[in-house]
Design a protein around this ligand. Structure first.
Ligand SMILES: [Zn+2]
Ligand SMILES: [Zn+2]
Length: 123
């Protein structure tokens, strides 16, 4: 049960009671009051709103920390994390298929993980 107030949204615990033969919800204790909260994004420094809905979501999930980033930065991180493209190139040393997280450019040799490890050892 929720009610909107001027400053935010209140969450109520409801009990049911019999009133005039009808079962009606009776307002119980006030659990917590949520208000929109302005937070500063850790990545871009922009102010963003930790909305009532998000606070409720966080509370539901049992998260204790407030979000560190604005929605744009969170989306950006999500996108980058999920879609980390790997490029396939021929290893400059053995010719085997080498996967690298960057676009191989000409003149810049790419090595497969084995050759890369070997080179690391040698250096
Ligand atoms: Zn941001
Ligand atoms: Zn190789």
């Amino acid at each position: 049960m929720e009610a909107l107030t001027e400053s935010g949204k209140l969450s109520f615990k409801l009990r049911c009671g019999h009133v005039n033969g009808q079962i009606l919800p009776i307002l119980g204790e006030i659990l917590e009051m949520y208000e929109d909260k302005a937070l500063i994004c850790k990545d871009c420094g922009a102010e963003f709103i930790f909305t009532i809905g998000e606070q409720e979501f966080f509370a539901e999930k049992g998260f204790v920390n407030e979000p560190q980033r604005c929605k744009e930065c969170r989306d950006l991180r999500k996108r980058n994390g999920a879609k980390r493209e790997m490029y396939v190139a021929a290893c400059a040393s053995c010719g085997a298929e080498a996967k690298v997280p960057f676009k191989p450019s000409e003149g810049r040799p790419v090595y497969c993980s084995e050759c890369f490890a070997k080179r690391e050892e040698e250096n």
